[in-house]
Design a protein around this ligand. Structure first.
Ligand code: FEO
Length: 394
């Protein structure tokens, strides 16, 4: 996609990756993604903010040539991950006078991963500035969004924040700006859930830091640019807050129908009690949808049969993922059936150590659910209702 001017002398020069469907061999990309890179022309020096994934570096170089860039003085690296820094060696090869500007930790990682030599770097610290002549860059060291070396770059005169992954969304689009906010809300929430949620508390602090800055535009390194920054800042304040919703997330798998029957009864029991419930059949669901649902929910209930004395492997995967993503969930429980015995509930609960949840008494039954088992599920729904009342969610 061709380079585009955002403000006089400030350009988007990145690349869309329309058909990428998996990131890190882990994260589904139903909408593709973008690798946004930006050029800032100052009266004396020219800067490139982040590069692109090496697979798209030809597009980056073509975009730079298309706007007449013959010299780059500074190559800002906000984040060492390949999709933003993997194109830096090509940029340095094409523009041999360019220096890589980054913080010390990111420098170390770029030297380790991309073999960039020491003399190519200018190291900056928190609040350091860099003059381009009539424009000034300020650096905000903001670790753990989502790697330890991340930083944000602020262009003072134009009030543009370049936060790399933070506030981004995996979305290939011809829209330069986040005009379709309903759609961007979903893609940005998916991105937050999959990438940023484990660092919720530290992002709360970074949001506080950003209150000191007058920001007219947020230009992340994935997805469209936010020319109405309040939209994404408000969304992040909500997602990272401690507030949960009156929702139960119900990832499940069933082998012979017993656990599925429990899930159906339990779903109806929750709905009758005024609780929003989101069941996810783990053999069919997009795991990103499950991650999105975990952002706000008060409760997670994992439903699985017993296989070889433990949980079904897809339930293990979902539980591991939920634990790794560290949502703000307050309560957890387990339902499921077994044939002759096992330690399924103990194994599931032992995998939830990262979550600060209170375990509500599980309902584990033998074989097909009987009337008494359905009553036990109703009682579990009552117990969750009580917990949600205690949190004033109803
Ligand atoms: Fe988009 Fe953490 O890289």
């Amino acid at each position: 996609m061709a380079a585009r001017e955002m403000k006089p002398g400030v350009y988007w020069v990145g690349a869309n990756h329309w058909d990428r469907r998996l990131f890190d061999e882990l994260i589904p990309l139903p909408d593709g993604t973008t690798y946004n890179a930006y050029v800032i022309k100052g009266s004396e020096r020219t800067t490139l903010v982040d590069s692109v994934d090496p697979e798209k570096e030809d597009e980056l170089i073509e975009n730079l040539q298309s706007i007449g860039i013959e010299r780059i003085d500074y190559m800002i690296s906000n984040h060492a991950e390949q999709d933003h820094s993997g194109g830096i060696p090509r940029v340095l090869e094409t523009f041999p006078d360019a220096k890589v500007v980054t913080n010390l930790k990111c420098k170390t990682m770029l030297m380790d991963h991309l073999l960039i030599p020491d003399e190519k770097f200018i190291v900056v610290n928190d609040k350091d500035t860099l003059s381009l002549g009539d424009r000034t860059l300020e650096f905000v060291i903001a670790p753990w969004v989502h790697w330890p070396e991340t930083m944000l770059t602020y262009l003072r005169e134009d009030k543009i924040l370049f936060p790399c992954d933070l506030f981004g969304s995996h979305l290939a689009t011809s829209d330069m700006y986040a005009v379709d906010e309903a759609r961007i809300y979903e893609t940005a929430k998916r991105y937050y859930a999959e990438i940023m949620m484990p660092f919720r508390h530290i992002i709360q602090k970074h949001l506080k830091t950003l209150e000191e800055y007058n920001i007219s535009m947020i230009a992340p390194s994935h997805g469209p640019i936010h020319n109405r920054p309040k939209f994404i800042l408000d969304a992040y304040r909500d997602w990272t807050s401690d507030t949960v919703k009156n929702e139960v997330i119900l990832p499940y798998v069933s082998m012979h129908g017993s656990t599925e029957k429990m899930v159906k009864h339990f779903t109806d029991a929750l709905i009758k009690r005024g609780i929003t419930v989101k069941p996810f059949n783990l053999t069919k669901t997009d795991i990103g949808e499950l991650a999105i649902a975990l952002v706000d929910a008060a409760t997670i209930v994992i439903a699985t049969p017993t296989v070889l004395v433990g949980p079904h492997p897809v339930a293990v995967y979902a539980t591991y993922l939920a634990n790794a993503l560290r949502p703000k969930t307050k309560y957890a429980s387990i339902i499921g059936s077994y044939g002759w015995g096992g330690k399924m509930p103990e194994q599931i609960s032992s995998m939830l150590g990262n979550l600060k949840v209170e375990l509500v008494k599980p309902v584990i039954i033998k074989g097909h659910p009987k009337d008494g088992d359905l009553v036990a599920l109703d009682e579990l729904a009552d117990a969750i209702l009580q917990k949600h009342h205690e949190c004033q969610l109803l």
